[in-house]
Design a protein around this ligand. Structure first.
Ligand SMILES: Nc1nc2c(ncn2[C@@H]2O[C@H](COP(=O)(O)OP(=O)(O)OP(=O)(O)O)[C@@H](O)[C@H]2O)c(=O)[nH]1
Ligand SMILES: [Mg+2]
Length: 554
């Protein structure tokens, strides 16, 4: 099983020297690193242990200004190799790197007391005692990168620590947080990183997030050797010919398309090492960005990020503000904006269904684990209680609606189309009614009778629009213009006159129709418009002709 190990420790304590002694490879690549005698960027080397275990070593810089680089190198690895100068003992970045390893959940590893060739036995014993106190449970091995002392013991200790590592999840969707992107002549863009989960092989279709760019893997290498497929837990280099070097950088992620959400918020269980200010640097994967910490309850916080991240439940984050002030474990990688302690508690416990009330898209919860005990429709999930509340609320509004049109408008929310069919209500057009509900005149029966008595061919203004609509549906009047009505009989007579004229003359003008009916121009106009709307006639210049299949409406 391939594993990754990251060095850790204070500047100049001998990390790079030890990695070279173990692997034969000097991981300081940059001219500036050699000139200054310190590591600046991450270095990589393969290490085969006596028991055959393949380790990928990530060598990190110890300088306090490069702690963020250390976080990017350590994130996602399986083991640590904490390096402490036997003569100096633990120094500030020894402590800070150790804190970061703990925040990242990297629990297994080995402590190497370096430069053992330079100290006497007493000093070495002191250093060993301090190391045992700092990292209880870890093997502590005295070594020298200079003389080779203790290297075999160190390899053995690394093998023992490796044996307790749970294998990374190969079956999970692929995720690789990019720590380097560069161009190779003849190959194009190459990205490297620790494969957190899944596998990567030639021809795979992946997505570069958060850009959302589709990329096809041309080839895969593990420590300079081509492989057909690399598995979780390995350091891999992938050739991605379809994307420009400038479109990819440390902090991006290569993932199975659609498998991981991308968002600007993370709900975490907060771990506080020092006072955490409201504005911090958030480290996640190989990315780091400014973020706000919104505390929720006693244990939790919502991180609001300046840039999007590709996260999953269980991921770790490190929070820094000058120094490392805390971190956390992600419980929801794409949480709703308004966080409550109640929701946090439930989500932390994995009781996802209990957090669902009003409809949310099922896809937005998919990454929180299996979801049972909720209602679902057409990609939305919601609680039974919410559905009942909606039913009750609509029924209340229907009860208060005009008895002439006892319905309410369809909900306009995005979930409307999915949820409406589940309601015990009848949909008619854009409104909902009690099943079988009919309009009733109720208290307006007298008003209706009085109106009907006054109706004739001259359009009458009707203030009560609902009443007019109802009476029209009942065949007791015909509405014309905007808020006017005529009697049904008048409508039929006017219609008969129009049809007769058109059949005789082929067409009719407004003037002719007015004269035929003996009404004013405005009345004739309103009637003709109604006939047009009913599909009986259509305009042809200044005249009207019968439509071939004039429907008889209303
Ligand atoms: N005598 C002796 N010198 C050592 C040993 N290990 C490292 N050194 C020396 O210590 C100095 C720092 O070693 P590095 O390996 O660069 O230290 P580092 O921890 O990688 O430093 P940064 O990457 O900058 O944090 C170099 O001059 C090394 O030659 C050792 O075991 N014995
Ligand atoms: Mg170094």
């Amino acid at each position: 099983m391939p594993l990754t190990v990251a060095t850790a420790g204070h500047i100049d304590h001998g990390k790079t020297t030890l990695v070279e002694a173990l692997t034969g490879k000097n991981t300081d690549r940059l001219p500036e690193e050699h000139a200054r005698g310190i590591s600046i960027d991450l270095g990589y080397a393969p290490l085969e242990l006596p028991d055959g275990t393949q380790l990928s070593v990530v060598d990190v810089p110890g300088h306090e200004r490069f702690v963020r680089t250390m976080v990017a190198g350590a994130t996602g690895v399986d083991l640590f190799l904490l390096v402490i100068d036997a003569g100096e003992g633990a120094r500030p970045q020894t402590h800070e790197h150790l804190a970061i390893l703990r925040l990242l959940g990297i629990e297994h590893g080995v402590v190497a007391l370096t430069k053992a060739d330079l100290v006497d036995d007493e000093t070495l014993d002191l250093a060993r005692a301090e190391a045992l106190e700092l990292v209880p449970g870890a093997a502590v091995v005295a070594v020298s990168g200079r003389t080779g002392l203790g290297l075999d013991d160190l390899r053995t200790a690394l093998a023992a620590a490796s044996a307790s590592i749970e294998p990374a999840d190969r079956e999970a969707p692929t995720r690789l947080h990019v720590d380097r992107a560069f161009t190779l002549r003849g190959i194009g863009t190459v990205a490297t990183g620790t494969l957190w989960s899944g596998s990567i092989g030639e021809g795979d279709e992946l997505r570069a997030e958060p850009q959302g760019r589709s990329v096809r893997v041309r080839s895969v290498q593990v420590h300079g050797r081509p492989v057909v497929r690399a598995d979780a837990g390995q350091r891999v280099a992938v050739a991605l010919p379809g994307i420009e070097r400038s479109e990819l950088r440390r902090g991006d992620a290569l993932v199975t398309p659609g498998a991981y959400p991308v968002g600007y918020r993370l709900d975490i269980v907060l771990e506080e090492l020092a006072a955490i200010p409201a504005r911090v640097h958030v480290h996640h994967g190989t990315a780091q960005m400014v973020g706000r910490v919104v505390r929720v309850g006693e244990r939790w916080a919502q991180l609001r990020l300046a840039e999007p991240v590709v996260a999953a439940r269980g991921d770790r984050v490190v929070l820094r503000a000058g120094t490392t002030v805390g971190g956390g474990r992600v419980i929801d990688p794409v949480p709703p904006r308004h966080a409550s302690a109640e929701r946090m508690e439930r989500v932390e416990r994995g009781e996802i269904a209990a957090t669902v009330h009003e409809p949310v898209r099922a896809a937005s919860l998919a990454h929180l684990g299996e979801l049972t005990g909720v209602e679902s429709a057409d990609g939305w999930v919601f609680s039974r209680a919410w559905l009942e509340e909606l039913q009750a609320e609509l029924e209340r509004r229907i009860a208060a609606a005009d008895p002439l049109d006892p319905g309410v408008s369809l909900p306009s929310e995005p979930w409307s189309a999915a949820v409406v069919p589940l309601l015990r209500l009848e949909r008619r057009g854009a409104k909902l009614y009690r099943p079988g509900a009919t309009a009733e005149l109720g208290a307006r029966a007298d008003a209706a009778a009085a109106l009907e008595a006054r109706l004739g061919l001259e359009p009458l203004k009707v203030e009560d629009a609902a009443l007019a609509r109802y009476l029209e549906e009942q065949g007791r009047l015909v509405r014309v213009g905007d808020g006017y009505a005529i009697s049904r009989e008048s409508y039929e007579q006017a219609r008969a006159a129009l049809v007769a004229e058109c059949e005789a003359a082929g067409r009719i003008t407004l003037a002719r129709f007015r004269d035929l009916l003996g009404v004013g121009r405005r009345t004739a106009q309103l009637l003709l418009e109604r006939f047009d709307a009913d599909g009986l006639t259509r305009r042809a210049g200044d005249e009207r002709v019968l439509r071939r299949r004039g429907t008889i409406a209303p």
